[in-house]
Design a protein around this ligand. Sequence first.
Ligand code: PMP
Length: 393
Amino acid sequence: MLGNLKPQAADKILSLMADFKADTRQGKIDLGVGVYKDPNGLTPVMRAVKAAEQRIWENQATKAYTSLAGDPEYRDAMQQMVLGDTASGRVASVATVGGTGAIRQALELVRLANPDTVIHVSDPTWPNHLSILNFMGQAHEMYPYFDNDTRGVAFEAMLDALGRAKKGDVVLLHGCCHNPTGANPTAAQWDEIAGVLEKTGAIPLIDLAYQGFGDGIEADAQPTRMIAERLPEVLIAASCSKNFGIYRERTGILMALSDSDKTRDLAQGAMAYLNRQNYSFPPDHGARIVSTILTDAELKADWQQEVEEIRQTLLSLREQLAQELRDLTGTDRFDFIARHRGMFSRLGATPEQVAAMRQMAGIYMVGDSRLNIAGLNRDSVPVLARAIVEAGV
Ligand code: PMP
């Protein structure tokens, strides 16, 4: 039976990691996988996470099951962090296996409600979105998103395509820090996106995986909150992997907002049912770390400060890289790097140029020219800038 299985293509980013490891050159630079690294190339456990784990170790009296939807304290704390006070009373939620689990459960929920739903996805998007949609056999279409000339959002084309969505379709949006491009709509453009959703009756599914890495914890939640206020039904898949640095704990949440108590309760029941079918109780350790931090003023303040340090590190690397490229080229055509937000920027280089940078300088970025800004430090930025120019980007 198992012999009938077909070989699966290796995940591109994970095989890039393996190639990087095998490269014996000194000074090689890993700009591949989407993990935050400090200037020393480490992904440390955050201070507040360590403190929360200690408290949990000291105080936790049982590891008996929580509930199918996960711990209510975690879900309340996450609702508050993502939505503030905008949607109280309208939210059904379940803890999930990371942000990926939240996206998968959101798509399962959509399929349960209407198997023929078309999902609209940005072109490009995080490859796992497409991989999951294809695996599920869920109908989907791409909407234009990235303008390769300006390296900003192709807003007119995006709006135009979203305007053609049908009532009941689902539009997958990156709430902040778009992956893989780093290009994001402005506040005014988000307003227009909400307007189009209102007009078409399409339902937003917001993927929020980098809250705090763009313009700040509150600012990054703003588009999601605005959409939550204006639209009757909204799905939100949030991840704690990056902003709490708890990647391997698999901590996420799916929230479903509706405009009546009856629908909210139906959604809550369906989401708990879906958890049961897929993995039963969601993992609790990461969720408990998050709720311990978010419900304690001191831990929360320390965590907020560390997230802000990460954000500032990313921003100053962006500024430095844009400045180096200004100096080397005598133009401002790479200033988009400073305008992009989050961990990634799409450089707009060809696959040949990406390969040349790898061969010449041992710089590893994803084939679509997505670079992880956190893979840089003050010393490697000039090396990258020179390679970009030498490769003819
Ligand atoms: N959405 C996007 C856009 C992401 O980049 C990621 C992480 N790479 C996720 C969701 C999910 O992350 P995780 O499952 O690790 O929480």
